[in-house]
Design a protein around this ligand. Structure first.
Ligand SMILES: Nc1ncnc2c1ncn2[C@@H]1O[C@H](COP(=O)(O)OP(=O)(O)O)[C@@H](O)[C@H]1O
Ligand SMILES: [Mg+2]
Length: 263
């Protein structure tokens, strides 16, 4: 399987501390990864490296066969879909849902006077349908619920048909119903044969969608364990990742975790 992402001994150093600490990691195009760890573990920083938004202090990051630092990131970025709440905050609240998604085709936020090809609009409407947003196409982004806004961010990220899809905490802050609805959509998307390689960040094992194949466990910027979900997501590895004794259960492909007394 072709590699879409390779980290080799990657370090990101800030304030005399390695916030990414000698990370080795490979993602191939048939894999869907969850990056899991406590707040401050370095998950967002890892995703920013994969999105070409950050360069490592040392080590090598290779994305879609292009080495960071030796390639034009502006050519690479259209091949990568990236959704995060930081990006959502930059969406003008008065922008319509259709335009938020459609403008991804031009890598701009905010609709100006570009000539939109009908084919782009058709694709945008199809993507809106896939993420259950068709009825909201003409609504403004600022009037949407949290769950709807998250789905719009993802729709925008997949609009350009990326070869790598990166999602930073797509289900954070959602209520139970909105979370479950989005996890269902993400699981369906993850299992579709035409879906690109995916990396999704979360700090909750309950938010791992069915269909995700691999997990990277991070603590203090370093890899605790990485590999196929069934082998890697163990109570022991989670306990090491979160620094407390944790019990783990799994039902119908969904995980749940809680602290134990350690006994
Ligand atoms: N530009 C920066 N300068 C200094 N520290 C940073 C910077 N960016 C992130 N950090 C720190 O690095 C650690 C990892 O951050 P982050 O990748 O956002 O973690 P996570 O997404 O896992 O919560 C945190 O302790 C954070 O405060
Ligand atoms: Mg983060």
């Amino acid at each position: 399987m072709p590699q879409v992402l390779e980290f080799a001994d990657v370090v990101v150093r800030r304030n005399a501390r390695n916030i990414v600490d000698h990370v080795d990691w490979t993602v191939t195009d048939d894999q869907r990864w969850v990056v899991l760890g406590p707040n401050g573990a370095g998950k967002t920083t890892i995703l920013q490296l994969a999105a070409t938004l950050l360069h490592p202090t040392s080590g090598e990051v290779t994305i879609l066969d292009e080495r960071l630092g030796r390639t034009d990131v502006f050519e690479l970025r259209p091949r990568i879909g990236f959704a995060s709440s930081a990006m959502a905050r930059r969406v003008p609240p008065e922008e319509t849902v259709l335009d938020v998604v459609l403008t991804a085709a031009f890598s701009v936020l905010g609709r100006w006077n570009e000539e939109y090809e009908t084919i782009d609009e058709r694709r945008a409407r199809r993507v809106l349908g896939e993420w259950k947003l068709d009825h909201l196409a003409d609504r403004t982004f600022g009037t949407l619920s949290d769950g709807e806004q998250k789905r719009v961010q993802i729709a925008r990220a997949v609009m350009t048909d990326p070869e790598l899809l990166l999602l930073d905490e797509p289900t954070a802050s959602l209520d139970l119903g909105a979370r479950e609805e989005l996890l269902g959509l993400l699981g369906g998307y993850a299992q579709a044969p035409t879906t690109p390689a995916m990396v999704m960040v979360t700090h909750q094992v309950e938010e791992i969608p069915v269909g995700f194949t691999h997990v990277l466990l991070l603590r203090d910027g370093a890899v605790v364990a990485a590999g196929p979900v069934e082998e890697t997501l163990t109570a022991q590895n989670l306990s090491d990742t979160f620094g407390m004794p944790i019990a783990l259960s799994v039902e119908d492909g969904r995980y749940a975790a809680r602290a134990t007394s350690g006994a």
